[in-house]
Design a protein around this ligand. Structure first.
Ligand code: ADP
Ligand code: MG
Length: 351
């Protein structure tokens, strides 16, 4: 963390804007064939060939989207890239380039930006994307990081939010709720630390959910797996805001309803045990927690056999006629509970 190396910190002013950009970007390699001109010119140039270009951008603001009290800068850089690549993956595209813009106050030394860029570099390497540009400016308060991701998709293979049909199966990758439970542990330990800085944080046994929160991964592997199964989802979205909210987006844009089966929602055992420990409903963490960055999609029911025993995929529900609305089918009772992005608390209180 910053405090540990406060002896030799370099003020940004010492390098100046251009020196800083060069310092931060000089070690990035270009690996994508589609990248023609990268950092250093007035604009980058990419050649998409015969592919479609898919573009998405996401901004992260200190105090709104992250708390530097417990988020290491390197993780912040990594996660900022990943959340953008997740949006590209949700369109069934291959991420290829990113642009990174930073607004930073003079409270941050050069070394802090180096940490952020080391996380960005790690993500670029892991996901094989090129850093091709960005912008750098000073800010009066705090740190803002804005990343734009570019991807390439095959003609007619992009997966939008609006293609789900009644009777389609609703499928999710991986497991849900872990990132939210990880955040609960980080916030708990951070407030313990603020109350008494000599207390040792109790993080043992929580590795999985802490990693889900601090170092999430984008499911860029799914495009290929679906292609190998000869499945093209009828609609797709990434799970950034919580399962309930994403289902409602698919519902709204596709003009269908959904039945979601609570007992089918995949959750890791650490997510469940931590929820129990904190007296939270683990299903609530999956439905309203967010930041899991899994992919949620619909497929034709005729594709059921192709996907039913696949370790990456869980069928969690199905689409209905729009007039039927959106419901959670409760575990055990089969009671139908209206699915809302908020208002889940009402159900919680009945437990
Ligand atoms: P301009 O004044 O034309 O906007 P800049 O001096 O801002 O140019 O940027 C010079 C080059 O450095 C451009 O290629 C730009 O995309 C790149 N760049 C600027 N800031 C960043 C950054 N934070 N990360 C990566 N590349 C950057
Ligand atoms: Mg600029």
């Amino acid at each position: 963390m910053l405090e540990d190396k406060s002896q030799n910190l370099t003020p940004i002013a010492k390098l100046g804007e251009f020196g800083l950009i060069k310092h931060l970007t000089q070690h990035f390699q270009i690996i994508q064939d589609s990248t023609k001109i990268s950092v250093g010119d007035d604009a980058a140039v990419i050649n998409p060939g015969n592919k479609k270009v898919v573009i998405s951008t996401d901004m992260l603001a200190e105090g709104v989207h992250f708390n530097l009290g417990y988020v290491p800068l390197k993780h912040l850089g990594y996660k900022a890239v990943v959340v953008n690549l997740s949006d590209i993956a949700a369109m069934n595209a291959v991420p290829t380039q990113i642009l990174v813009s930073v607004a930073v106050s003079n409270r941050f030394p050069v070394e802090a930006l180096e940490e952020i860029y080391s996380g960005i570099a790690l993500a670029c390497d892991r996901y094989k994307v090129d850093l091709i540009g960005g912008d750098t400016t000073s800010s009066n308060a705090g740190l803002v990081l804005s990343i734009t991701a570019i991807g390439l998709a095959d003609e007619d293979k992009t997966t939008k939010r609006n293609g789900a049909k009644p009777n389609d199966l609703l499928v999710v990758t991986g497991d849900l709720g872990g990132a939210y439970m990880g955040l609960q542990i980080l916030e708990r330990e951070h407030s313990v630390y603020l109350a008494n800085p000599n207390m040792q944080p109790e993080m043992e046994g929580y590795d999985y959910i802490l990693e889900r929160q601090l170092k999430p991964e984008a499911r860029t592997d799914i495009r290929k797996k679906l292609e190998e199964l000869d499945i093209l989802p009828s609609s797709m979205i990434d799970v950034s805001d919580g399962l309930a909210s994403e289902i409602l987006h698919l519902s709204d844009q596709s003009g269908v309803g959904f039945h979601l089966y609570e007992e089918k929602v995949p959750m890791d055992s650490v997510t469940i045990s931590t929820a129990d420990e904190l007296n939270l409903n683990p299903a609530m963490a999956a439905l309203n927690g967010g930041e899991d960055y899994e992919l949620l999609f619909t497929i034709s029911s005729s594709d059921f056999d192709k996907i039913k025993n696949h370790p990456d995929f869980t069928i969690i529900g199905h689409a209905t006629e729009e007039s039927q609305g959106n419901f959670l089918v409760a575990r055990g009772s089969n009671q139908l509970i209206p699915l809302t992005a908020q208002g889940w608390d009402a159900f919680l209180n009945k437990e």
